[in-house]
Ligand binder design. Structure first.
Ligand SMILES: Nc1ncnc2c1ncn2[C@@H]1O[C@H](COP(=O)(O)OP(=O)(O)OP(=O)(O)O)[C@@H](O)[C@H]1O
Ligand SMILES: [Mg+2]
Length: 661
């Protein structure tokens, strides 16, 4: 225990030390108020013995400063004074915190006892303070515990209220059971569902309500709860009146202290079971229906398959027919196209593409009058056919095909018109040819009629002229006689040529080669050419044997060669060629003349048409007749650089094979 002794006299300090010497005390000395204050800063003291009369800072002042420190406000101070103190001074000493006064000279025992008493007091106070601190701490802990408790209680109350509300409002029956299955509590739904009063339910065994289900959620051994809990089970629940209903039960486990508690919810699933039953029945009905429908569908599908296959067959047939029709339309040599009621192209065959000089993609969908305005002059005719549903035909000169003649056939059908353009150039030519041959024939027949009558007197005249010409008296006129005879011969040859124009003139056809005939005549033609400084070229290929009248063909070759040579004013080449062309054998005579004017071309072959001063105009006419009698055709190809006249003989062997093929 520390005791601070303050006195400015050392001897006083020693005296106090001698009195208070004890192993229980630890005495600390200070010789001034200031020193005492310093000691107080370092240590805590159980008691301070303070001298009142001290220089600089007396005892009272020191006591006041000591008390002003918070930690020393209760430290007991005993003033030691030697002089008598007035009551006023003593009061001042007490008011500054003195506990006691000891007057000098002091009685050591009293001093010792007093000091002892104060030290004890100090000890007590310290103990009390410690206890107080402890009590304060305990109180604080208790306050915290209380606050926690209050919080927990409030939570519990809430939970309880919720549980109560839940239990009371829950439509499922809720039963609280002990581990053995005895009912501890039940909610209103439980009493209502099972038909028991609340009191009646308590302490019932759960097996009364759920017969047969006991073992499934209560333990096997000693009815202890086992792991079957918290499963959802379907069960049969029994009411008080013995009636039963299907239920779904769920069991939960809770522990309260040592005790385990089961919470069992029982849900009436009558309605659900009913619904399930209905659903099952409906499902079965539906399945049956689906099966029926599937069966129907299968049959319908089979029928459909058959129909599809039938349709496919029909489609194939139709496609084949359409393809065939298309092929026919495409293979027809005429231009065929169809127009709908709006005058748009809907079909165009290959020939029509060539005819219009446009591809079908360019034509289809186009209005004919818009794409070919120049055809508008035929619109009234086509309109007539469309409106009256009448077929018509007319001839045109095609603007697309060098003004060649075409015959147009217009056939109306439901959707529009189908139109065929047929090139009739060949027919026209044939008609012309026929007309020409007819004319030749007429001339020939006339010649045959009058030829005999003319020839007879001419023969008589010629005979007399010959006779007279040889007589002596006409010797000086012999030249005239010869001229007259020559002229008569010329007239006779003209008549011969006339006669050869007749169609029914007898021909002597024999198989022979054209080339042989030409080669035989070559020196004759060559002689003709040499006179006028011209060249003859033979280009003879192997040709088939033909049935020919030798005399007539010689005439034909000669006429054509002469015409060719005469067509070349200066020098030039005359080419005579033969070749096979398909089923024809062609004899061609080509020159390098100036060609035939288009106007003359029309008239060529007409008897007496000539452009030559001394010509008779019978040469080509005779050629046409000879060709006709040999079943051959004459073709003229002419241009300003020359003319080639071809005679196209039908090959008899070829035509026979054609007949038999
Ligand atoms: N190769 C040719 N080149 C040019 N014109 C021709 C040719 N062949 C015939 N002609 C024309 O045809 C006309 C008729 O010929 P055709 O042979 O019938 O009589 P021609 O030659 O005038 O007289 P002829 O034959 O009696 O001497 C000729 O006048 C000539 O204008
Ligand atoms: Mg001629």
């Amino acid at each position: 225990m520390k005791i601070l002794i303050v006195d400015d006299h050392q001897e006083n300090l020693r005296a106090l030390e001698a009195v208070l010497e004890s192993p229980d005390y630890h005495l600390i000395f200070a010789t001034s108020g200031e020193e005492a204050l310093k000691c107080l800063l370092k240590d805590d003291f159980a008691l301070i013995l303070l001298d009142v009369q001290m220089p600089v800072m007396d005892g009272f002042e020191t006591a006041r400063l000591i008390r002003s420190r918070k930690s020393n406000e209760a430290t007991p101070i005993i003033f030691i004074t030697a002089i008598y103190q007035s009551e006023e001074n003593i009061k001042q000493g007490y008011s500054l915190g003195a506990i006691d006064y000891i007057f000098k000279p002091f009685h050591p025992v009293t001093l010792k006892l007093k000091v002892e008493a104060f030290v004890k007091l100090h000890l007590h106070r310290q103990q009390i303070k410690l206890q107080n601190d402890m009590l304060r701490r305990r109180a604080e802990e208790l306050r915290k515990i209380n606050a926690n408790l209050e919080c927990t209680t409030s939570e519990l109350r809430k939970a309880e209220a919720l549980a109560r509300v839940f239990g009371e409002t829950c439509t499922d029956a809720l039963l609280t059971l002990d581990g053995a299955g005895q009912i501890l509590n039940a909610n209103p739904a439980a009493t209502e569902k099972f038909g028991y009063g609340f009191e009646e339910l308590l302490n019932q065994h759960v097996s009364r309500l759920l017969p047969g289900e006991k073992s499934s959620f209560l333990g096997q051994k000693n009815n202890q709860i086992t792991s079957n809990c918290s499963q959802v089970l379907d069960a049969i629940a029994m009411r008080k009146d013995g009636t039963v209903f299907p239920a779904e039960i769920q069991v939960g486990v809770a522990s309260i202290g040592e005790q385990q508690i089961l919470v069992c919810s029982v849900r009436d699933i009558t309605e659900r079971k009913q619904l399930e039953k209905e659903r099952k029945e409906r499902y079965i009905t539906l399945e049956k229906l689906v099966q029926e429908r599937t069966c129907e569908l299968f049959l319908a599908n089979e029928k459909l398959k058959e129909e599809i296959s039938e349709r496919k067959k029909i489609g194939k047939r139709l496609m084949k027919t359409s393809q065939e029709l298309n092929n026919i339309l495409e293979s027809i040599t005429g231009a065929i196209y169809t127009l709908n009621q709006q005058w748009q192209f809907t079909f165009v065959n290959e020939e029509a593409e060539k005819y219009f000089r446009k591809r079908r993609e360019e034509l289809k969908g186009q209005v004919i009058w818009e794409i070919f305005p120049e055809l508008s002059e035929y619109k009234p005719l086509l309109e007539k056919a469309l409106n009256r549903k009448e077929s018509i035909n007319f001839e045109i000169k095609s603007i697309f095909q060098y003004n060649l003649p075409y015959e147009v056939y217009v056939y109306p059908f439901d959707e529009g018109l189908s139109i065929l353009h047929n090139n009739i150039s060949d027919r026209k030519m044939f008609e012309k040819e026929m007309a020409r041959l007819d004319r030749l024939n007429l001339v020939g027949q006339m010649a045959a009629g009058i030829g005999h009558e003319i020839r007879n007197p001419m023969t008589t005249v010629r005979g007399f002229l010959q006779l007279l010409g040889e007589k002596e008296e006409f010797k000086q006129s012999k030249g005239y006689f010869e001229l007259m005879i020559e002229e008569l011969d010329r007239a006779n040859s003209i008549i011969t040529e006339f006669l050869s124009l007749a169609k029914n003139k007898a021909v002597d056809l024999k198989p022979m080669s054209l080339n042989g005939l030409i080669e035989n005549m070559y020196p004759l033609i060559q002689a003709d050419a040499m006179v006028s400084d011209k060249e003859i070229i033979l280009e003879l290929q192997d040709t088939d044997v033909l049935l020919l009248d030798k005399k007539e063909i010689r005439q034909l070759i000669l006429n054509l060669s002469r015409n060719g040579l005469e067509a070349m004013p200066g020098s030039g080449k005359l080419t005579i060629s033969t070749f096979n062309n398909g089923d024809e054998v062609v004899l061609a005579v080509g020159d390098e003349g100036n060609g035939i004017k288009p106007d003359d071309l029309e008239k060529i072959g007409t008897p007496f048409f000539t452009t030559k001063e001394n010509g008779t105009g019978l040469g080509l006419a005779t050629c046409y007749s000879i060709a006709a009698r040999h079943n051959a055709a004459i073709q003229i190809d002419t241009s300003p650089s020359g003319t080639t006249i071809s005679v196209r003989f039908k090959n008899p062997g070829q035509s026979e094979s054609t007949v038999f093929s």
